[in-house]
Design a protein around this ligand. Sequence first.
Ligand SMILES: [Zn+2]
Ligand SMILES: [Zn+2]
Length: 84
Amino acid sequence: MSRNLAEAPDGGKGVVCLLCGSHLKDGGRCNVRRHMKDMHLYYNLRYRCPACERVYKSQNSLRCHVSMYHKEMRLKLDVRKCVV
Ligand SMILES: [Zn+2]
Ligand SMILES: [Zn+2]
């Protein structure tokens, strides 16, 4: 179990990605690795807000920031493109 994962609350085989809060139904290694690659590329990425250049450690924080400060951007924000 990687430090970036937590067991899913439903007690199933799934895991929760601590980087983005996604619930991966299949917590198998390959699936987790694919998720990390697709969603996070590497573990220690930073995400930069395209509107004001603030940098965040997680997609969640960036999304949170955007939803508070840049409401109009929220829907079209693709956080994968905000990787620093
Ligand atoms: Zn994730
Ligand atoms: Zn911003």
